[in-house]
Ligand binder design. Structure first.
Ligand code: 4AZ
Length: 265
């Protein structure tokens, strides 16, 4: 399991020195302006890049390892102070999205205990003017059933170990079965993780896409968030699908609803 955040010994002070080069989606294409009003570029301590989704007017969903000061090296619910988190909402070029101050980052208490629960909620000081995309509800399970094609979007590297893009990237990937993902990753947990990708690889999330959306479509054609980019072995490798926090299923959706009721439904 690789969450290459390079925050191993991170203190906030050392972050600026140790942060990884910002690395998008592999195998994607430029997103048209305005196509994803809810996509968020998340910058931690001015240097370290994640992606997120505006899930309610004043709440952004991102990865647990993006909100935690120790990153993925030592999972902890100690969150980054809000003022060290910059967010750019709904843009398609770097730094161009709407900026709104972050009040605080909230990490699920279970993030400490297990390898799952890789989510963080960022509370905004005021509502964003962009249109949020809510987390899918219990009635929307078809939106992320195995074989269903979801949409990934993000600001991360466009090749494994490569550079970040000048334009927001997006692509489509099929959601895999849980057994398939368990075979690919020994740490797979079917309550808090869901995988997506082609068996032959080629299209995937990558470093810097962490926390960003895996979007699904409801039976009535509405976009909903079904996953938050979490980890994977490399990017777009055959047999190694991307792993996403399973935000629309009971365990994580219940926590999200308890913190930000407006984010689900
Ligand atoms: C990362 O390092 C990362 N291929 C995110 C997603 C994937 C791999 C790595 C999935 O943030």
């Amino acid at each position: 399991m690789i969450r290459r955040l390079l925050l191993a010994s991170a203190t906030v002070a050392s972050l600026a020195l140790t942060a990884a080069p910002a690395h998008a989606i592999v195998g994607g294409s430029n997103a048209p302006a305005g196509a994803y009003p809810s996509i968020v570029e998340v910058k931690l301590a001015k240097s370290f890049l994640c992606t997120g989704t505006l899930v309610a007017p004043d709440w952004i969903l991102t990865a647990g390892h993006c909100g935690s000061v120790t990153g993925s090296a030592v999972a902890t619910p100690i969150a980054f102070p809000g003022p060290l988190i910059d967010v750019y909402i709904g843009g398609t070029t770097p730094g161009a999205g709407e900026t709104v101050p972050v009040t605080r980052a909230i990490i699920p208490p279970d993030y400490l205990l297990t390898q799952g629960h890789d989510v963080t909620l960022l509370q905004l000081a005021r509502p964003s003017a962009q249109a949020p995309t809510k987390v899918a509800g219990a009635a929307d399970a078809g939106a992320w059933a195995p074989g269903t094609v979801g949409t990934i979007a993000g600001w991360g590297a466009t090749s494994e170990g490569g550079d970040t893009p000048e334009t927001l990237q997006h692509a489509q990937v099929p959601i895999t079965g849980d057994d398939y993902c368990a075979g690919a990753y020994s740490a797979f947990d079917a309550e808090t993780m869901v995988c997506a990708g082609y068996p032959e690889g080629g299209i995937d999330t990558c470093q810097g896409d962490s926390g960003g959306p895996l979007y699904g479509t409801t039976a009535t054609g509405e976009r909903r968030v079904v996953g938050a980019t979490s980890f994977g072995e490399g990017c777009a490798r055959p047999g190694k699908p991307g792993v996403y926090a399973r935000v629309a299923d009971t365990e994580l959706r219940t926590w999200i609803a308890s913190v930000a009721p407006a984010a689900v439904g």
